[in-house]
Every structure is written in structure tokens, then in C-alpha cells.
Design a binder for this molecule. Structure first.
Ligand SMILES: [Fe+2]
Ligand SMILES: [Fe+2]
Length: 191
């Protein structure tokens, strides 16, 4: 459906080498997770590859968000880098011709997640976080163990690792991250 190798060559022009390497690892991991959970592997790989297209444009994120009509919450005003997902969802269409809605949404929500995230969104969220999670304190192993139970469980474990770090750093918590965590917890309680 998409020529992944051609897309890699094109995408490479938009990001620095170190980011591209991360994106290649996320491509692979997202593909593996899609395979494991019966999601669309092609879409997972494409979204995994291009999710950080807006990351290097940190100075331009607020104006680009305004231009594209992206919602800017107070948390994002305070930390504009959080806008690289939502802005990226527009840039992949503009620069790479990708207009598949599921892929755009996975790019849009890859940093914060959201309530009622799709399976593909969760896969890209998780693959991205797993690639930058160290196993020094057993965090990566904890996520991998949870993956044996379910995708939701792994996302929950991952968010439960992110939140204490953000509290410790004194960062504001993104409402969509909290909403995703609440939804997964409440859903499992209702069952
Ligand atoms: Fe990112
Ligand atoms: Fe990333």
C-alpha cells in the first residue's frame, strides 16, 4: 500500500540523523506490535517512521499550530514541543503526501495519547516510548511483561512510569495523558 523504503528516503530529508535512527527503530517496533495485536502492520510502520516529522521545528510549532487550527492547551503553551504530534499530522500530508486518517491520528496523538485512542494510536505511542525507555530500573522489562497481558495494560504501565517522572520534574501533566490513563483504568474496573 505504501512504499516504505521510498518513504524512508523522502522522510530522511526532514529530520536529523539521530532522530531518523530513532524513527527507524520505532518503525520496526510498531510493526512488531501491530503483528502481535492483529493491527494494520503497514499503517503502524508508516506512522512509526514519520511520527516525529515536526520535532525539529521546535521554534515554529506554535505558529504552525495556529496556522493549522490545532488546539493549544495551556500545557502546550508552556511546553510547545508537545505540539510536534498534532503539527506533524499536518506536515506528513504537506511534505510526504500521507493523508490516511488513521496514520495522521497516530502521529497526532503519539506524545500524549488520548481517551479512546485507537489501537494504532496506542501502538505508535507505546513503540515511541519503549524506544526511549531505559531498562536500568527495569522499566522496559515491565512494559514488555505487560505486553504479554494486553496492549492496554502495557500502555497503562508506560503511563504509570511517565507520570512520576513528570511530577518529579515539576512538569504539568497533559490532560490527554491523564484521560487515557483514567479510561484504561475505569474500563478495566467496569468489566
Ligand atoms: Fe515525538
Ligand atoms: Fe519519537
Amino acid at each position: 500500500m505504501w512504499d516504505l523504503e521510498a518513504l524512508k528516503s523522502e522522510y530522511k530529508k526532514h529530520v536529523p540523523e539521530v532522530l531518523f535512527e530513532h524513527n527507524l527503530r520505532v518503525t520496526k517496533l510498531a510493526g512488531e506490535l501491530a503483528e502481535k495485536f492483529g493491527a494494520d502492520r503497514d499503517r503502524a510502520e508508516v506512522a512509526g517512521l514519520v511520527h516525529d516529522i515536526a520535532f525539529p521545528r521546535d521554534e515554529e510549532l506554535v505558529p504552525l499550530a495556529e496556522q493549522y487550527g490545532v488546539r493549544i492547551t495551556p500545557v502546550e503553551r508552556n511546553a510547545p514541543i508537545l505540539l510536534h504530534g498534532p503539527v506533524g499530522a499536518h506536515l506528513i500530508t504537506k511534505f510526504l503526501g500521507l493523508s490516511d486518517e488513521d496514520i495522521c491520528e497516530a502521529v497526532r496523538w503519539h506524545t500524549t495519547g488520548r481517551e479512546n485512542a485507537s489501537e494504532l494510536e496506542k501502538i505508535v505511542f507505546l513503540a515511541d516510548k519503549m524506544d526511549v525507555t531505559s531498562d536500568d530500573d527495569g522499566h522496559l522489562s515491565e512494559i514488555k511483561e505487560a505486553l504479554e497481558e494486553s496492549l492496554d495494560k502495557a500502555v497503562l504501565v508506560c503511563v504509570n512510569q511517565i507520570i512520576p517522572y513528570q511530577l518529579q520534574q515539576g512538569f504539568a501533566l497533559h490532560p490527554d495523558l491523564v484521560a487515557m490513563r483514567n479510561e484504561i483504568i475505569l474500563k478495566s474496573k467496569v468489566k
